[in-house]
Design a protein around this ligand. Structure first.
Ligand SMILES: Cc1cc2nc3c(=O)[nH]c(=O)nc-3n(C[C@H](O)[C@H](O)[C@H](O)COP(=O)(O)OP(=O)(O)OC[C@H]3O[C@@H](n4cnc5c(N)ncnc54)[C@H](O)[C@@H]3O)c2cc1C
Length: 379
C-alpha cells in the first residue's frame, strides 16, 4: 500500500475560503494539499451574486471585512488574473413603507465610521439626481464608495492557480470520506481511497463543514439555504454600484448589479430548497418571478428586459448567521473556517489571510471570539 502523501497543512474544501487559505499559507512557506470533492469554486463561491459589500454587517465583523477589502483592491496583481473586481460602490436602499430603516441606516453609518467604513446617506433630490432610475418607493440610501463587485466564477480558481504556482498541491474531484487523528498527524482518506497526512487540518467545506467538525466531537447546528439568482440579456452599461434593498421582509430583500458586458445580475427574494447531501439546489420558477417583481419596484425601467438564465447555490448557515472560524476546542492542529452564510464572498480573501496567519504563527489580529465553535454549547 502506498504511504499517504504528506504536507504541513491539508485543506478540505476548495471554495474561496480554502483556495485563498492555500494561497496565503504558501506565501508563508507552509506546504499545502487542498482537497475538493468537485471543481474548485463549484459551490457557493462560484455561484454567488458577486457582491463585495462591507456595509450592513455586524460592526464586530468589519475588522475582517476591512482586511478582505485591502486584498480585493490588489487582487488582480496578487493573483495575476483579472477577476473583474470593480470598486464601483455598493448602495443599500429602504422603501417609504419602512421609514424606521432610514434612521437605522443613519445610525449604522455613524457607528461604522469608527471601523473605517465611510458611508454617505442620501435622500430626496440628492438621491434622485444621482440615481434617477430608482423607483418612487425608494425613500433613502446608504452609499459605500469603497465597496464593489467581482465575478465569482473567476475568483476561487484564480486563488487555486496562484497557490499552485507557489507550490500548493490541489486535488479536484477528490471527495474526503474520512478524517482521523494518527499520532500527531491527521489522516485524511478520500472516497477513492487516496490518503493524505499532515499535522494541521483546515476544514473549509462550506455548508458541509459540520460533518467534519462532528467527527472531532464538535457538532454544530449548520443548516443550508439556496438564494435565487437571475441574469438578463445585455443592456447598455449604466449601473455602476451594486444595489440592495434593506428590509426585514424576505420577499422584498433583493439586490442587483450590472457587469461591463451589460447583463444585469440579480438575486434575493424567497430561498430555494437546498439538499447538501446531494450537492443540489432546486431553482423554483415562482421564486424567480417574485425576485423579478421586486427588482421592478427597485428599478422600474428594467421591466421589458428578458431574463436569460436562473440559478442558485448552497449556503451554510449557523443560527446567528456568523461563521465558525479559528481553532477547534477539542483537537489540536484542527482549524475551521466554514458556515459563512450569505456574505462570505467578500470576506473570503481576508479569511484565507487570517487563517494562514493563525496557522503559521499561532495568532491573528482578528478577534475570533464571535466565531468560536463552542458558542452554541453541545449543539
Ligand atoms: C446564490 C448565492 C449568492 C451569494 N451572494 C453573495 C454575495 O453577493 N456576496 C457575498 O459576500 N457572499 C455571497 N454569498 C455567500 C458566499 O458565496 C459564501 O459565504 C462563500 O462563498 C462560502 O465560501 P466557502 O469556501 O466557505 O464555501 P463553498 O464555496 O461552498 O466551498 C466549500 C467547498 O467544500 C467542498 N466540499 C464539501 N464536502 C467535501 C468533501 N467531503 N471533500 C472535499 N471537498 C468538499 C465543496 O465541494 C465546496 O467546493 C452567496 C451565496 C450563494 C449560494
Amino acid at each position: 500500500m502506498t504511504a499517504p502523501a504528506s504536507s504541513d497543512v491539508i485543506i478540505i474544501g476548495g471554495g474561496i475560503m480554502g483556495c485563498s487559505a492555500a494561497f496565503f499559507l504558501r506565501r508563508r512557506g507552509l506546504s499545502v494539499t487542498l482537497l475538493e470533492s468537485d471543481l474548485v469554486g463549484r459551490q457557493a463561491s462560484g455561484t454567488n451574486f458577486g457582491n463585495v459589500r462591507r456595509q450592513g454587517r455586524p460592526l464586530y465583523q468589519l475588522a475582517l471585512a476591512n482586511r478582505a477589502i485591502a486584498i480585493w483592491r490588489e487582487i488582480g496583481m496578487l493573483l495575476d488574473c483579472d477577476v473583474e473586481y470593480r470598486q464601483l460602490g455598493h448602495m443599500r436602499v429602504c422603501y417609504r413603507t419602512r421609514p424606521e430603516l432610514a434612521a437605522a441606516m443613519e445610525q449604522y453609518a455613524s457607528d461604522a465610521r469608527h471601523s473605517d467604513l465611510d458611508l454617505e446617506i442620501l435622500s430626496g433630490n440628492t438621491l434622485r439626481a444621482r440615481f434617477p432610475f430608482l423607483g418612487k418607493e425608494v425613500l433613502a440610501a446608504s452609499f459605500s464608495p469603497f465597496c464593489g463587485h467581482a465575478n465569482p466564477r473567476l475568483v476561487s480558481p484564480a486563488f487555486a492557480r496562484a497557490a499552485q504556482r507557489l507550490g500548493a498541491v490541489v486535488h479536484e474531484r477528490c471527495a474526503v470520506a474520512e478524517t482521523s487523528k494518527a499520532g500527531d498527524d491527521f489522516l485524511v482518506v478520500a472516497a477513492d481511497a487516496r490518503q493524505f497526512r499532515a499535522p494541521v487540518l483546515l476544514i473549509s467545506a462550506g455548508a458541509w463543514g459540520d460533518r467534519f467538525a462532528s467527527a472531532f466531537g464538535e457538532p454544530l447546528p449548520l443548516s443550508s439555504r439556496g438564494p435565487n439568482m437571475c441574469v438578463t440579456e445585455p443592456l447598455p452599461y449604466v449601473l455602476r454600484p451594486s444595489i440592495g434593498v434593506v428590509t426585514p421582509n424576505t420577499e422584498e430583500s433583493v439586490y442587483i448589479r450590472q457587469v461591463e458586458r451589460g447583463n444585469l445580475v440579480m438575486g434575493g427574494s424567497f430561498y430555494n430548497p437546498s439538499y447538501p447531501d446531494r450537492f443540489r439546489v432546486d431553482v423554483r420558477p415562482e421564486n424567480s418571478l417574485s425576485l423579478w417583481r421586486q427588482i421592478q419596484r427597485l428599478i422600474p425601467a428594467v421591466s421589458r428586459v428578458g431574463i436569460i438564465r436562473t440559478w442558485s447555490g448552497i449556503e451554510g448557515y449557523l443560527p446567528d448567521s456568523a461563521p465558525v472560524m479559528g481553532p477547534s476546542r477539542t483537537t489540536s492542529g484542527l482549524y475551521y473556517a466554514f458556515g459563512f452564510a450569505g456574505a462570505g464572498f467578500q470576506l473570503g480573501p481576508g479569511v484565507g489571510d487570517a487563517m494562514a496567519e493563525l496557522i503559521a504563527t499561532g495568532r491573528t489580529n482578528i478577534d475570533l471570539t464571535p466565531y468560536r465553535a463552542d458558542r452554541f454549547g453541545a449543539a
